[in-house]
Design a protein around this ligand. Sequence first.
Ligand SMILES: NC(=O)c1ccc[n+]([C@@H]2O[C@H](COP(=O)([O-])OP(=O)(O)OC[C@H]3O[C@@H](n4cnc5c(N)ncnc54)[C@H](O)[C@@H]3O)[C@@H](O)[C@H]2O)c1
Length: 363
Amino acid sequence: MTTSKTYRIAAIAGDGIGREVTPAAISVLDAAAALVGFRFEWQHFPWGSQHYLDHGRMMPHNALERLRPFDAILFGAVGDPRIQDNVTLNGLLLPIRRGFDQYACVRPAVLYPGVRSPLAGRQGGDIDFVVIRENTEGEYAQIGGGLYQDTAYEVAMQTATFTRHGTERVIRFAFDLARRRNRKRLVTSVTKSNAQGYSMAFWDRVFAAVAREYPDVRTESLLVDAACMDLVRRPTDFDVMVASNLFGDILTDLSAAITGSLGLAPSANLNPARTAPSLFEPVHGSAPDIVGKGIANPLATMLAGAMMLEFLGEADAAARLDRAVRAVLADGRALTPDLGGSGTTRGVTDAVLTAVTSSDRRH
Ligand SMILES: NC(=O)c1ccc[n+]([C@@H]2O[C@H](COP(=O)([O-])OP(=O)(O)OC[C@H]3O[C@@H](n4cnc5c(N)ncnc54)[C@H](O)[C@@H]3O)[C@@H](O)[C@H]2O)c1
């Protein structure tokens, strides 16, 4: 077997369980690559909250410059109880998403066979949709300010920013994905345009205009509160959902919950034009409540790794890893406590490694 092709990947394990699930994902990615005949060259960047405590910054000044040459970034999690969350998030993850124009955050929500949904009557295979979250502007644009701090007259202002360029491209990405998936060919736009008459009404207009370019794709528009109810009441109806930064963020914790566990939900922060590296990560955070116990579920990060393989054009390796994760879930014996098992991070990783290799023997 030749191992000619090499992908250079920046690994930022970050904080908390990020440091437990990232090495686990790397080991299965290496195994899948070796079977297909390519390899990864990993460079580890020890950035995150400890870096902040030591140096006063979550990552160095020239971090983006150092990351730019890589083919992709695999990210664990950020967040530390000793530091305010807005400092950690704004110091690491958000500058990378914005700086590398990773405007499409792709978050699949799949209820896998073998996984129990908290929703009554939903079986593995019933739920399969993707949320596309706008990732570079909207409510997370960090425009705002304050006055009269710590007085009775204190004022805080945070401005949501929606540009035509930013809105149009993420909506178009959602329509293109609905075509590529070729399932229900349905795009659901989620806003709050009844209350937010400028930004969200603008989003609605852009959505309607882009929709006209895709006559073969059906559309639906929901207010975010109704969308939350519908994710619980009728999750099987969805195909591709598209939403702003904040609404997409919230919807995807809900979609992770209805498909079994946050420990299973992957996320890709894509720069579709490929002018800078894309970033792949689990949806979950640093989970301080379970850090160090060896029970963090590594499957979300592994599935994020499968999304990375797909984006790199390694569809065969991606499919092998996806099949291996499905096999481990269906088997059920290795699962971690978040999925109702008594397994460990190490045990799940070993099971996926075995499944990746045995899938090779069957093909
Ligand atoms: N993208 C990110 O890095 C990201 C995302 C969300 C939260 N955060 C940060 O993470 C920290 C903790 O936030 P939180 O508790 O709200 O969210 P969280 O996702 O870290 O944890 C929520 C709950 O889910 C459980 N959980 C999460 N991932 C799991 C896994 N892989 N296996 C098993 N159980 C898992 C946790 O134990 C916890 O009970 C905060 O500092 C927050 O800012 C970071």
